[in-house]
Design a binder for this molecule. Structure first.
Ligand code: DX5
Ligand code: ZN
Length: 211
């Protein structure tokens, strides 16, 4: 199956968020919005106040790199995918309820240093696992090859779940992550640091096919 390329947007201002969404709208099914609170990670980005009235015609997934994600999710209504970090989960029930109230779906993200068996208690409630291939916090970092072992293992354990890889994805790494078992590839700098985002998306998609 072909890998889905998902543009990741890590910005501090709503106008930059809108500009990037509009740059890829019509070219992809969904976009990935990075949300950071300066607590869970040492960086701060756009947040729920910036998400009112986002453009239609594209699906949104929110990658919550925040403490107490339940408090943030409940502010973002609609049929979105909310991906929370397993390292930030204190009260899974509260997260589930916040997501249900907001009208969304749940995914779970895992940082490179966290053992994958930590996912077991929540896996039945999620449709997607987001495997981080960098330490969360910043775009433009180097893809950590060692995470491919866990992508393979997760694919074997959960053949039906969506597996997205996030961090350092571009034409040089897409095929590796895809052949390890990821069906979705998030990329920020490999798309938005290019003059033509549409071409960059095609380049990543085509390189994911090789191998
Ligand atoms: C990292 C973010 C990623 C990041 C990806 O904390 O979750 O989504 O924006 O950036 P690149 O593709 O540049 O590694
Ligand atoms: Zn992300």
């Amino acid at each position: 199956m072909e890998a889905e390329i998902i543009p990741a947007i890590l910005v501090k201002r709503r106008e930059d968020l809108l500009e990037r969404i509009n740059r890829v709208k019509g070219k992809v099914t969904s976009v990935h919005i990075d949300v950071m609170d300066n607590e869970f990670v040492p960086n701060k980005t756009v947040g729920p106040d910036d998400f009112a009235g986002l453009p239609g015609g594209v699906e949104y997934e929110f990658h919550w790199m925040v403490k107490n994600p339940e408090k943030w999710i409940e502010k973002v209504k609609g049929r979105h995918l909310h991906v929370v970090h397993i390292e930030a989960v204190e009260n899974w029930q509260a997260i589930k309820e916040a997501c249900k109230k907001a009208g969304g779906k749940l995914g779970i993200a895992i940082s490179p240093a966290t053992p994958i068996d930590r996912l077991e208690p929540v896996i039945k409630d999620v449709s997607r696992i987001l495997v981080m291939s960098v330490v969360p916090g910043f775009d433009g970092q180097k893809y950590i090859i060692q995470v491919e072992g866990r992508i393979r293992e997760l694919r074997r354990k959960y053949p039906k779940l969506e597996i997205e890889v996030d961090g350092g994805i571009g034409p040089a790494t897409a095929a590796r992550a895809h052949s390890a078992g990821a069906d979705k590839l998030a990329a920020a700098s490999a798309i938005f640091a290019q003059p033509d985002a549409g071409k960059a998306i095609e380049d990543i998609k085509n390189s994911a096919k090789k191998k």
